[in-house]
Ligand binder design. Structure first.
Ligand SMILES: [Ca+2]
Length: 534
């Protein structure tokens, strides 16, 4: 290269000034052409789009996270085009609250979605919340949702294109992957039709699969995980695009927090089959994106709302309840494609990431009439270029079902996790869906009969927890050895308590003084003692 440049310089010297001027002119023309092209790209065909794929109760049952027992080729393909996060967490282990945090960037205690949205549970976000779809709509980004919505009120979570349980069957829009494929096609076709002068306006499409959620509580005829729904057997209907993968109980990998029993193994095998529908559905959605010509302009994010529905998983702030798969694929950040990241990231980061992607600022406003709301999550786009030093995430859960009041707060920082169980004198509540599951029924029966449960803790330990739980997840990944009363860990305990309460104040947590004081937010000091012996 260097030799060529020297040669060129010598030639220029011999051929005189005129030639140099002509070259300069050509250069200027070339630069002008490039700038024009860039401008055209920014305002035209190259408008940025985003596709957010959220699975329902999915965990790490995929080769992407080294589970070689389950076949998920489409998730693997997505991982090859993106960054896989190994320390991604939801802030809340419950469906509606988690989805509200994904779509607002605010923890459940701040956005108001304290528990489930549907039926008698009836939780909703505050009317004044400025959600992601609302902000994108205001910024002229077309918004679409296909699948499980599970949040409200409608005015806070508006979508221009919506096929959800609110206007259809959740099985059809959330588990029938052929139906989902056709809806994605319809959305993208309409997007093309909205183009004018060669310009396609930006879009945000949220595909919320209902797989691999259990259905033994709601539609038991399809099996514990709806693994038979649409498989072509008698009375099950047929989903044309789904080729069910079947697994035997011997094939599954039993995670540390699931009892290693025949009942739980059969349960996991059913979960795997449902994961195959999710994976093939993701493949279809991504193919639609490709066929419509949007693949190279679209940020794709994949994650799940909460941990798998097994004891110690969903509804818990333990690792099994909050650790989530997360893949982010950006056509503009190819430098880390195929890599993994150990940075600590949260589903509270989804809204800041997508606002950053669309260059939409977060507006100044207040929910309580007090200090302005701000997002405590961050854009994850920098992690797609180089490994960041992010080491902290927060958790906040209040309820799941309306009857399941068990507020918890947590902070994870590096190897340590601190959990605050506010109502620790009550037994930990069990949801309807988990209760009827083969795994939990088997656990109950074994406990009652006094036979080995093959579980890593007792039901009694599970129901009754300490107020503070501190775990060293490097030495104790199963979070069994509580270090909160260990004098050697007093310094880290105090540090994490301070950090947690600071985040609670920052996010206007109404539970910030509980359980031994009352919050009087118009007075100083704000936390007034109860002398309740806690
Ligand atoms: Ca869920």
């Amino acid at each position: 290269m260097r030799g060529k440049r020297v040669d060129a310089e010598r030639k220029r010297e011999t051929r005189g000034e005129d030639r140099e001027k002509a070259g300069m002119k050509a250069c200027v023309t070339l630069v002008t052409l490039l700038v024009t092209l860039l401008v055209l790209c920014a305002g035209g065909e190259g408008a940025r789009h985003a596709l957010l794929i959220i699975a329902d109760d999915a965990g790490f049952e995929t080769e992407v996270y080294n589970n070689t027992a389950v076949r998920t080729p489409h998730l693997r393909a997505l991982a090859r085009r993106g960054v896989v996060f190994r320390n991604a967490f939801t802030s809340v282990s419950s469906c509606s609250p988690s989805r509200s945090t994904i779509l607002t960037g605010l923890p459940q205690h701040q956005n108001g979605m304290y528990g489930l949205h549907q039926g008698v549970h009836h939780f909703n976000s505050f009317d004044g919340v400025q959600s992601l779809p609302l902000l994108l709509q205001h910024a002229n980004v077309r918004t679409g949702i296909i699948g499980k919505k599970h949040v409200g009120p409608s005015a806070v979570y508006p979508f221009d294109f919506a096929y959800t349980e609110e206007n259809g069957s959740v099985l059809q829009v959330g588990r029938n992957i052929t139906r989902i494929k056709l809806l994605v096609r319809k959305f993208l076709q309409e997007q093309r039709e909205e183009s004018s002068g060669g310009e396609t306006p930006p879009f945000f499409l949220y595909v919320a699969f209902h797989d691999p959620h259990r259905c033994g509580h709601s539609q038991p005829q399809y099996g514990p995980f709806c693994e038979k729904f649409g498989n072509g057997e008698s009375g099950m209907g047929r989903i044309p695009d789904w080729h069910p993968e079947r697994y035997t109980p011997e094939q599954v990998k039993v995670p540390y927090f699931v009892p290693d029993t025949p009942a739980a193994r059969a349960d996991l095998a059913a979960l795997y089959t449902t994961v195959s529908r999710l994976d093939q559905g993701i493949g279809l959605v991504l193919q639609e994106l490709r066929d419509a010509g949007f693949e190279n302009d679209t940020l794709v994010m994949y994650s799940s709302d909460n941990g798998i529905p097994f004891p110690n998983g969903r509804t818990n702030l333990y690792d099994a309840g909050v650790a989530e798969p997360m893949i982010i694929s950006s056509p503009e950040h190819r430098e880390r494609w195929g890599q993994t990241s150990d940075a600590y990231v949260s589903l509270l980061d989804v809204t800041p990431t997508l606002l950053d992607w669309f260059s939409v600022p977060y507006p100044p406003y207040s929910l309580s009439g007090g200090s302005p709301v701000h997002l405590t999550g961050r854009s994850l786009l920098p992690a797609l270029s180089s490994e960041p030093m992010w080491d902290t995430t927060y958790g906040s859960q209040s309820l799941h079902e309306a009857t399941m009041y068990y507020p918890m707060r947590s902070v994870r920082r590096g190897r340590f996790v601190l959990l605050h169980n506010l109502n620790y004198r009550s037994p930990f509540p069990i949801d309807q869906d988990l209760y009827v599951s083969p795994t939990f029924q088997d656990l109950l029966q074994r406990t009652r009969a006094g036979t080995p449960t093959r579980w890593f803790k007792t039901l009694r330990q599970y129901y009754y927890r300490e107020r503070w739980e501190l775990f060293d997840t490097h030495l104790d990944p199963a979070e069994q050895n509580n270090l909160a009363s260990d004098p050697q860990h007093e310094a880290i305990l105090e540090l994490l308590k301070d950090q947690l309460v600071k985040w609670q104040w920052e996010t206007e947590d109404p539970w910030v003084c509980a359980p031994d004081a009352v919050l009087e937010d118009k007075m100083e000091p704000k936390c007034r003692p109860l002398y309740n012996e806690l």
